[in-house]
Design a protein around this ligand. Structure first.
Ligand code: FES
Length: 277
């Protein structure tokens, strides 16, 4: 059993969950995810690791509450235990000295980009964050990101903070801010990552996205998380979760996801629930 150290709603509908799991904390790398179950009957929920503390032996993730499974997670409190906490899973983010890197985060992705920003800065990059939410009240971890980013830009759908609108304005914002990324990494809902990839393709900016299909085993055995990248079948859990956004077959990915009924899609708290689009 794994102990809950903290579960708190940090902005409406977005929860922070810190679990005691020292082996996972020791092995965690930026871009990894974990799979957990809130109870013995619960579905397996994949969550990107947003931070970890090796000395405390804890791992932190963010999740969006959208239905039954995530509602169970949202009821956890410090001291509770959960039966499953497997990880770290997936390949880590490629960290190297690329030059200028822009990290785009929305929903759970605002937290997920933090360890990536930290590692990229340590590798000598100029790191910018572009975080997006439907309104200023849905933004979080801005101060934390500022500690590892040269600047943190904001897009709010209602214009209450930063640029008004959403990532459909990405190319325009990069031009206005005179930021020329050598690489861009996006974590958020499927539509956000698809739109980011669409915007950066004509600009020739290498774009990495973290794909978030339904997952069951997370080890490449069940085949549920398959997608097509550069014409080849890939499994998000073992070949990803990060892929080149310009090579993902987005139409197929969306069609596959929509083929699941609402109950099955519900665990897609990492993606389908996003209300930004
Ligand atoms: Fe089963 Fe990826 S979750 S193959």
């Amino acid at each position: 059993m794994f102990k809950v150290v903290e579960r708190s709603m940090i902005v409406p509908n977005v929860h922070l969950l810190t679990i005691e799991a020292s082996e996972v904390a020791q092995a965690a790398r930026p871009g990894n995810f974990i799979i957990l179950r809130p109870d013995e009957q619960g579905e397996r929920i994949p969550l990107t690791i947003a931070d970890w503390d090796v000395s405390a032996g804890t791992v932190t993730s963010l999740f969006v509450q959208v239905g039954a499974s995530t509602a169970k997670l949202a009821r956890l409190k410090a001291g509770d235990t959960i039966p499953t906490f497997a990880g770290p899973l997936g390949n880590e983010t490629e960290i190297a000295k690329f030059g200028t890197v822009v990290l785009v985060g929305g929903c759970y992705g605002i937290g997920a980009i933090y360890p990536i920003a930290r590692a990229l800065k340590a590798a000598g990059n100029r790191v910018f964050a572009l975080i997006e939410a439907r309104s200023s009240f849905a933004l979080y971890w801005e101060d934390r990101l500022k500690t590892v980013c040269e600047r943190v830009l904001v897009i709010s759908r209602d214009g209450s903070r930063g640029y008004k609108g959403h990532v459909t304005r990405l190319a325009e914002i990069l031009a206005t801010e005179k930021i020329k990324p050598d690489r861009l990494i996006a974590y958020g809902c499927t539509y956000q990552m698809m739109e980011v990839s669409r915007q950066t393709k004509p600009l020739g900016i290498k774009t990495i996205v973290s794909m978030n299909p339904i997952m069951i085993d997370g080890t490449g055995m069940c085949g549920v998380c398959r997608l097509t990248v550069a014409g080849e079948t890939k499994f998000a859990c073992v070949d990803g979760p990060e892929f080149d956004g310009h090579e993902v077959d987005w139409e197929e990915f969306l069609a596959r996801r929509e083929s699941y009924n609402a109950e099955e899609v519900e665990p897609l708290h990492r993606s389908g629930s996003c209300s930004h689009f």
